[in-house]
Design a binder for this molecule. Sequence first.
Ligand SMILES: *[C@@H]1O[C@H](CO)[C@@H](O)[C@H](O)[C@H]1NC(C)=O
Ligand SMILES: *[C@@H]1O[C@H](CO)[C@@H](O)[C@H](O)[C@H]1NC(C)=O
Ligand SMILES: *[C@@H]1O[C@H](CO)[C@@H](O)[C@H](O)[C@H]1NC(C)=O
Length: 243
Amino acid sequence: MLVYLCLLSLILCNFGISSKGIPSYITLCKRNDPELDKCILRAVEQIKPHLKKGIPELGIPSLDPLVVPYAGVSTGPDFNATFENIEVYNVYEFDLKKFAVDLDKIELDIELSIPNLRTKSKYSVNGKILFLELKGSGPSEGNFTNIRAFVTGKGKKVERQGKSYIEINEVKVDANYGKPVLMFSELFENKEVTEQTNKVINDNIESLIEELKPVINQVVTEVVQNLSSRVFSKFSFDELFPM
Ligand SMILES: *[C@@H]1O[C@H](CO)[C@@H](O)[C@H](O)[C@H]1NC(C)=O
Ligand SMILES: *[C@@H]1O[C@H](CO)[C@@H](O)[C@H](O)[C@H]1NC(C)=O
Ligand SMILES: *[C@@H]1O[C@H](CO)[C@@H](O)[C@H](O)[C@H]1NC(C)=O
């Protein structure tokens, strides 16, 4: 019995220790690596299979789905919409096309594509958009294919308790959201009107996305900022990029 307790506490102990450190499946990149960008690309490939479940050691939650609690969209006094509990599926199946980093200036330049992305949320709309007068709420979903995203980040090093940490404070996101298919259920009491309206929305999806793009980019920016700050506030510069 005692042996088992010891064993158990040993396991728990070890788990406790390793959950504070960087998981061993991640190969850290040396800060002076002449091929730092390539090294990071490789490290991201190692991390990717673990993103679905999340990486608690890095403070990264499960990305299946990635949950965004709230997003508000407004194009002025004529139209606003809110989305609550947005569940984003398959975001971890991204393809990293480019990852350039400058550790002296603390600058990142990332390009990635996401082949298939599915969203579910509770929406509420009110106002005029395209040539539609909308007022309603209910469940909504969307299917996006071949999203291409361009992310840049700028930051600085800050000192905390004698250690240097990276703080990313200027994230910019631009993206091509392609031609998604959206569905707003229960938009009108009449099912046929709801269906017709959804058809009009999807027939005009490209101009709709164009109009809403700044707000969508803003939400994505916040998500990127949130996730990156979790990692960078947890580990010092020396821990992430050893000599
Ligand atoms: C739209 O904006 C008005 C005024 O800010 C607010 O009262 C209303 O709840 C909003 N509606 C939606 C659907 O977000
Ligand atoms: C999105 O894709 C899923 C899976 O292929 C499908 O079941 C769903 O109906 C699609 N939703 C829309 C709005 O097209
Ligand atoms: C970002 O983090 C803040 C604080 O934890 C949270 O309130 C907010 O909802 C998050 N935003 C997104 C888009 O996840």
